[in-house]
Design a protein around this ligand. Sequence first.
Ligand SMILES: O=C1O[C@H](COP(=O)(O)O)[C@@H](O)[C@H](O)[C@H]1O
Length: 267
Amino acid sequence: MASSSERKTVRVFESIDELAMILAEYISQLSEDYVRQRGCFTIALTGGSLLTVMGKLCQSPYDRTVDWTKWHVFWADERVVAKNHVDSNCKQTKDAFLSKVPILQSNIYSINDHVSVAEAARQYQFAIRQLVKIRTIDVSESNDCPKFDLILLGMETDGHIAALFPHHPALQMRDEWVTYIIDSPEPPPERITFTLPVINSASNVAIVATGKEKARTVQYAIVATDEDVDASSLPARMVQPTDGKLVWFLDEMAASANARNGGGQAV
Ligand SMILES: O=C1O[C@H](COP(=O)(O)O)[C@@H](O)[C@H](O)[C@H]1O
């Protein structure tokens, strides 16, 4: 059985444009594979710069070759604000991506923005449970967690992924699929997030990081040894799919602190 480091690939691109092209090809290929195997494609997104990089997917040839009607779209994290608020990951995703491709409205699973953060997390988890029951979302063979076909994550300079921040107790959450925080170090304070067991149960996880300001964090997340880094200080380092694959998509700037030497193949 392959170890988690053997299932990790680091891909470094000369420019964000090249990264965006290969990322679009990667997502489109996974979509084709899972639609063929399972009849649908479950993808969880986040907010932030990732959405801009995903832009190529709305263009030719993908706008016509991807079977958008088979897509089921989730968020690995969401800020608990109104869906039309500029901070909403759902709004950001709609503006940058969902409004440009024919994904069925009924296959877009956003949070309930009219309830408390705790209730929004509970309802989101319940919705996911229903979809696991009918196997729209696959289930992990190693635990009873949902097994998304692809979870696409961004990473901030502090190493947080989804709404899992350094040293936050939510990092240790094992019994829930979706949890919430009320004290995000960055505004807005209330967010819901997939827990690490869910992220690590996905068939494929991709982390996209660009820009020089993320280089040091990328190096610690990918290259440094366990002795050098306390894992909970760097949530991105805790992304280690149990049975699935992890691909880091970096531009030269983000990889400039030598991430390309760490345990994966660079392009
Ligand atoms: O707070 C957040 O930030 C991360 C990373 O954003 P980026 O703009 O630096 O790429 C994002 O993935 C997450 O969804 C968001 O809530």
